[in-house]
Ligand binder design. Structure first.
Ligand code: KG4
Ligand code: ZN
Length: 350
């Protein structure tokens, strides 16, 4: 297969990122600029994110091209996150990429953000390719799928309310630990007792079978409410401060148990013990450790390093390269879509 050079652009949330990927795996340049200003507000403020992308995108791309030693004439296609995400933020990347691709006279490839997360581990490990069971856990999505081949995604389960990362962020806010919640909850969990509080394991009952609609689905909002009640109770008693690490650890333990058990249901039903973990929450060590243990000794867990598990343009270039190879390029009227459906996603085959 002939190699191609893909410029990837990602602006769906609060990271402005660009990457030059020479297919299949040579990441020649990659810059991720994270916007810190949102921590002040306890979450991402869409207008601030969009303005920051606008301010940063030229510089980020220029540095990426310089680092890669890449001449404009070498670029074969421009891949950009077209959705899902924050509309104002997405529009900055899409408009920029459109103009740039048009100026170069090269094709533009729209990429689904979660397909990017799915491809990320393959940038570091040649083995991280289908068939596998995929658990994608980010701030906006929780998807459990069976992936027989790239581009074919059988949806097994998804969240019915909050995403897994969103639950970490909300619990962190309740505990006064700031945004983003995942890393700080994980850190505090190391100092806490994970069985001090028995929080619910939503939609995880042993009497469920694969014909129950909730067998693979997730729900994290009830878990968050249970934490909120405990926080109020301890506040009332004046003992919240000394219990924060135990609450963090007990919450993490509940969330991770649900994610692991549902993934293992898919492993069993699909008779496929190759599992791919992707999205921002895949940086969580407890989740990686528990899944690895569950899969031992026959299975294998693929995930990326923290740099590629959080939002980044390398994964967008990588998924874009696949779509480019399929001959899929955008029309000139491409726009960002905050609710973009994952291409190739189909319902459960039960
Ligand atoms: O994929 P991502 O970077 O952005 C989205 O596409 O949403 O995921 C961000 C989410 C946030 O909710 C963040 O709290 C969570 O990933 N996260 C973690 C960890 N690191 C980031 N959650 C649990 N443990 C972590 N170590
Ligand atoms: Zn993401």
């Amino acid at each position: 297969m002939e190699s191609s050079v893909i410029l990837g652009i990602e602006t769906s949330c609060d990271e402005t990122s660009a990457a030059v990927l020479e297919t299949p795996y040579w990441l020649r340049g990659h810059v991720v600029s994270s916007q810190d200003e949102h921590s002040l507000y306890g979450g991402v403020v869409p207008e601030i994110a969009a303005r920051a992308h606008l301010k940063l995108i030229d510089k980020v791309v220029r540095k990426t091209l310089d680092d890669a030693g890449c001449q404009l004439g070498e670029i074969d296609a421009v891949a950009v996150t077209a959705g899902p995400g924050l509309i104002a933020a997405l529009l900055v990347g899409v408009s920029w990429a459109k103009g740039f691709a048009f100026g170069l006279g090269k094709p533009l490839i729209p990429v689904h953000h979660m397909e990017g997360h799915l491809f990320a581990p393959s940038l570091e490990n040649n083995e991280a390719r289908p068939p596998f069971v995929a658990l994608l856990v980010s701030g906006g999505h929780t998807l459990l799928m069976y992936v027989p081949k790239w581009g074919e995604y059988e949806l097994l389960g998804q969240t019915r309310d909050d995403a897994a990362g969103e639950a970490f962020d909300k619990v962190s806010k309740l505990l006064g630990l700031g945004y983003p919640g995942g890393p700080v909850i994980e850190e505090r969990s190391h100092q806490g007792l994970d069985d001090r509080y028995r929080f619910p394991r939503p939609m995880l009952r042993t009497d469920q079978n694969r014909h129950d609609s909730g067998y693979y689905d997730f729900s994290f909002s009830g878990l968050k409410t249970a934490v909120a009640r405990k926080v109020e109770e301890l506040k009332g008693r004046g003992t919240l401060e000394e219990s924060v690490s135990d609450i963090a650890a007990s919450f993490q333990s509940a969330a991770v148990e649900v994610l692991c058990k549902k993934t293992m249901r898919a492993v069993k039903e699909k008779a496929c013990s190759r599992v791919l973990l992707g999205g921002g929450v895949s940086a969580n060590s407890r989740l990686k450790k528990d899944l690895t243990e569950e899969l031992f000794p026959d299975g294998v867990l693929y995930y990326s390093s923290p740099r590629l598990s959080a939002d980044n343009a390398a994964m967008i270039a990588c998924a874009g390269a696949f779509r480019f190879q399929q001959g899929e390029t955008a029309r000139s009227d491409l726009s960002a879509d905050p609710n973009l459906p994952l291409p190739g996603l189909r319902g459960p085959q039960r």
